[in-house]
Design a binder for this molecule. Structure first.
Ligand SMILES: Cc1cc2nc3c(=O)[nH]c(=O)nc-3n(C[C@H](O)[C@H](O)[C@H](O)COP(=O)(O)OP(=O)(O)OC[C@H]3O[C@@H](n4cnc5c(N)ncnc54)[C@H](O)[C@@H]3O)c2cc1C
Length: 338
């Protein structure tokens, strides 16, 4: 384990913005992590846990230690005729895990294919896509408290999962390091093809029996057609959460815009698409210097080259105020601002 000083974080965030960490260290196992955080020198330093940096925007240098979680490994901890429990190291690449499960015929992660980042970050914002959320297959989350330095395990219900939310993003923000996640996957489950674009892909291919592997192929094809590849254009996926509004508010907007879509989250509220709101403000494809709204998906802010985190943040605030002025709806950022 090597602790480096004054390290550029540009290659460690998918927005590709420049920022420096006072200290930087990669940890490969639990004992390295424990010894790092309990040393006198680092006990009082500010700490930032970094996975793949695909949901982070650095707006300034980090005056503390960035701990890059590289704890890997997939272990089958129990298996029956119908189910398998997998414990996966927090530093494991998320999509490699999805590929592994699909190749082994396990159901549950296929709709979450091609999401960048690490396994340890997946419960933090309860990643979701194409009609699935990771909370539906998480058995428990294991990690280390940054306050007591003790190991803890949170059952699914203790994680307080919500839409792009969990206890790790709220009460335990910066207080807990996820070291592994236990997934409960079905061996003879049902695929979820309710999402319109997946349904279309399946019907075009005229598939009779749909397997997790086919759903994965569908999701990969759809994502590649709509989302920018961070290896080519800096971005962090959806910059904002989709807002939930009242039924009345929904009807009010719908009376002016017949193409408004949403889905009922409970009796009194509807979730609508933040990308649609941004598009209706005429901002899709808008560019200011090197920062812009992606032309194929208005929910994504992109760094065309040399934007700073500060410029991206300022641009996102411009989007928020445009949407607020037009619709009286306040968008909330999904990306973690540092
Ligand atoms: C092109 C693109 C598409 C995307 N599509 C989706 C999508 O469809 N659905 C979706 O939900 N997200 C999506 N994202 C966002 C992102 O990929 C996910 O949020 C992912 O889980 C972030 O993983 P990461 O390892 O990169 O986390 P980081 O960006 O490194 O970290 C994110 C947050 O989690 C914390 N964290 C990370 N690891 C740990 C740990 N081990 N313990 C404690 N805290 C930790 C960090 O401190 C930070 O606050 C997309 C991003 C991109 C670039």
């Amino acid at each position: 384990m090597t602790i480096q000083k004054n390290i550029s974080l540009k290659q460690f965030n998918t927005f590709r913005v420049e920022a420096f960490a006072k200290y930087f260290c990669e940890v490969n196992n639990l004992s390295e992590l424990k010894s790092l955080i309990t040393t006198d020198h680092f006990e009082n330093e500010q700490k930032l846990i970094l996975g793949g940096g695909s949901n982070i925007l650095f707006t300034k240098d980090f005056n503390g230690i960035v701990i890059k979680n590289c704890i890997g490994g997939i272990e089958v901890i129990s298996e029956s005729k119908d189910n398998v429990l997998l414990e996966v190291g927090a530093g494991h690449d998320w999509d490699e895990l999805v590929e592994y499960t699909v190749n082994n015929g396990f159901y549950g992660l296929e709709n979450l294919s091609l999401i960048p980042g690490t396994v340890g970050a997946s419960p933090i914002q309860n990643i979701g896509a194409y009609g699935a959320e990771v909370k539906d297959v998480i058995e428990s989350v294991k990690g280390l408290s940054l306050e007591s330095f003790e190991q803890n395990e949170f059952s699914n219900s203790e994680c307080n999962f919500g839409y792009r939310d969990s206890i790790f993003k709220t009460e335990l923000k910066n207080k807990f390091i996820v070291t592994s996640v236990v997934f409960s996957l079905s061996k003879n489950g049902k695929v979820n093809t309710n999402y319109k674009a997946i349904e279309n892909y399946i019907s075009e291919k005229k598939l009779s029996k749909v397997t997790p592997s086919e759903v994965r192929s569908a999701v990969i094809a759809i994502r590649r057609s709509k989302l920018p590849d961070p290896r080519e254009i800096g971005n962090a996926g959806s910059f904002f959460k989709n807002p939930v509004i009242s039924n009345n508010k929904y009807e009010e907007i719908k009376s002016n815009y017949s193409d408004l879509n949403g889905y009922q989250v409970d009796d009194s509220s509807v979730k609508i698409y933040a990308g649609w709101l941004i598009d209706k403000c005429g901002l899709k494809g808008k560019r200011v210097n090197d920062v812009g709204v992606y032309e194929k998906q208005a929910l994504v802010i992109v760094n065309y080259g040399n934007s700073t985190g500060g410029e991206i943040l300022e641009f996102s605030d411009l989007i928020i105020s445009n949407v607020y002025n037009k619709f009286n709806i306040e968008l909330v950022k999904e990306v973690n601002i540092i």
